[in-house]
Each structure stands twice: as structure tokens, then as C-alpha cells.
Design a protein around this ligand. Sequence first.
Ligand code: JF5
Length: 244
Amino acid sequence: MRLDIVTIFPEFFSALDVSLLGKARAAELVETNVHDLRDWAAIRADGTPDVHRTVDDSPFGGGAGMVMKADVWGKALDDVLEPGGVLVVPTPAGVPFTQALALDLATAPQLVFACGRYEGIDARVPEHYASAGFRVLEVSLGDYVLNGGEVAAFAMIEAVTRLIPGFMGNAQSIVEESHADGLLEYPSYTRPASWRGLDVPEVLMSGHHGKIEKWRHEQSEQRTRERRPDLLSPDLLGPDLLAP
Ligand SMILES: O=C(OCc1ccccc1)c1cn[nH]c1
């Protein structure tokens, strides 16, 4: 996979080499390129130089904050996006990022993360690339607002790259982890068997794999009921609710 990140804070992603991507094996599976959006802002749309390399401007219609300029993003993404590349735009206004989406994106030949700052990117940017035939995903990590897309992109990059076949040593751990079967993962324990008066559940010491598997599934269901009932309810936003 080719991984491209466009941001006004390229130094933010130097940590990528330290995290999961640092491993030699990972280096073969993922080619990472970080781009400074301001490199495409040095020349204005009218051809005159912009020493400030401006990437934002006031919103049409008024309102607080600034919006990132479509013409600058367009020049950058024209250079970075390859045919078949997927444009991922982290935003609080996006579709939920899920383990299922991470698995889907792990098969893409290229992911391009467009990290917005300020109030976000001019809405015509995702619109243009979608109409140009690219898969474009405006994706939310959760219902909160960050100062920019970089932190969200970093999280999504880690969630996706670890699912690339061959990336993680132990493929079995990927199958068993939380959300893999739509439930939260069961509680885990290791030595000592007794710690501060708390003992590891007996069943896990029984060596009876059928009982252990049953107990773990029950624990996953109980945890999901208690912490994430939303994962258990039927699809509330069914087609009828969303369809016009
Ligand atoms: O804040 C986020 O992205 C940065 C961003 C992008 C566009 C406008 C404002 C902020 C975010 C929150 N959940 N997922 C992403």
C-alpha cells in the first residue's frame, strides 16, 4: 500500500516511523509519504507568488473561523492521488470509522489522508474528486472536535496498516480482537493467578477449551450489553429512515 498524508504540520507524522510503521516488515508493505500542503500554496491561482503560502480564507456566508482553499488542495491532490487511490478526509461531519471500514481500507492500493485544519476544507474538494471517479470518504473518529485531522488520520493509519496481511506477526490476534465479531472483547488475565485478593476466573485454569470459549463469548456479550448497547440494537438508521 502507498500511504500519502497531506497536512500543514508534516512534522507531526515523523512519529509514524516510531509506531507500527517502524518495523522493517512494515516498511516493505507500506510506502509512506508526508506532504506539506503549503508547498502547493507558494503560487496563487493567478500565477503571482504568495510568500505567505496561504491555505485558508474566510467562509462565504460569514461565520466564525476560516476554510481551507479548494484551489490549493486541488493542486496538492492532483499531484498526490493515483488512479485507484482512496481519498480519506477526517472530519467530525463524517461517517463513523469502524473496524469494518479499517478492514476495507486495508485492501486499497493507496490511501491519501487530507488533514483539514480551521473549520475544515472547502466542500467542493471531496465533491470534485468523487465526481472525478475517486472513492472519497469523509470519516469521523467520534463525536468530538479536534483542532485538525492529523490526530484522526494517525489513528486511522494505525488501525488500517495493522490489518494489512503480513503486517502483524500473529494474524490470529486480529481475528479475536474487539469488534471483529461485532462484540467487545472479553476480559484477559495473566500471571499471577491471585493478585491483591483477586483471582483469575476458575474456568480459565480448567484447560477445558469448550468451556473457556463459551465463558469468553458470554463475557463479550455481557460487556457489550453493559458498555455498548448500540452495537446490539438492530440497524436504527435503516434504509427507510435515510432514504428520501
Ligand atoms: O476533529 C476532527 O477532525 C479534524 C477537523 C476536520 C474538519 C473540521 C474540523 C476538525 C474529527 C473528529 N472526529 N473525527 C475527526
